[in-house]
Design a protein around this ligand. Structure first.
Ligand code: GRF
Length: 191
């Protein structure tokens, strides 16, 4: 299975996935990183790991349709089967959803449908709830709204600040995403 990882920023999920995939016996190839911020740390992580990178800002293109068309052409050239969004901060739209129906997954740092959007960790913390979590889900045209693949709760402790909570959430993400990826590949690709 050829996967493309999409990310915009730091890339800890990118690195965790890559490490686990490369040290597994599974027939998964990370064939590229797609990034909308050429200066992002994740780009350097990919280069260090010899993973091909497509890194372009959307403003280099006329509109989102052209931007996604360029990505789709790149993915087709690499025979990509599955898109794995790991901190990709753009909303995926028609071109990619049509090219990869049911073949795009995302990770979100909250228990969806609670706290969707860009600030899942901060929003849960500010709401004063006693527990939040991590969700892996299929991507549809909404924001963090597609069918859920896996979830894991993370307790919010009285002693937590946003940083300690974020660290525990990221630790869960780094395990849950790989496990969910294996589940998707087994179920949807019969591997
Ligand atoms: C993660 O919390 C992920 O759930 C969210 O964006 C963050 C990316 O972190 N969608 P990183 O770039 O993988 O470190």
């Amino acid at each position: 299975i050829n996967i493309a990882i999409f990310a915009s920023g730091t890339g800890t999920n990118f690195s965790a996935l890559l490490d686990k995939i490369q040290s597994s016996e599974l027939n998964i190839n990370v064939v590229c990183l797609v990034c909308d911020h050429p200066d992002a740390l994740v780009v350097q992580r990919a280069k260090d790991a010899n993973i091909p990178v497509w890194a372009h800002e959307m403003k280099e293109f006329e509109n989102k349709h052209d931007y996604e068309t360029a990505i789709a052409q790149y993915l087709t050239s690499l025979k990509v089967d599955l898109l794995v969004l790991a901190g990709y901060m753009k909303i995926v739209s028609d071109v990619l959803l049509t090219a990869y129906p049911g073949k795009i997954i995302n990770i979100h740092p909250a228990m969806l449908p609670k706290f969707p959007g860009r600030h899942g960790i901060e929003d849960a913390f500010a709401a004063g709830v006693s527990s939040t979590g991590v969700t892996v889900h299929y991507v549809d045209s909404g924001v963090d709204s597609g069918p859920i693949i896996a979830q894991q709760a993370v307790e919010i402790l009285p002693s937590d600040d946003i940083d300690t909570l974020a660290t525990r959430i990221h630790d869960v993400e780094h395990v849950l995403y790989f496990d969910s990826l294996c589940k998707v590949i087994e179920r949807d690709f019969n591997r």
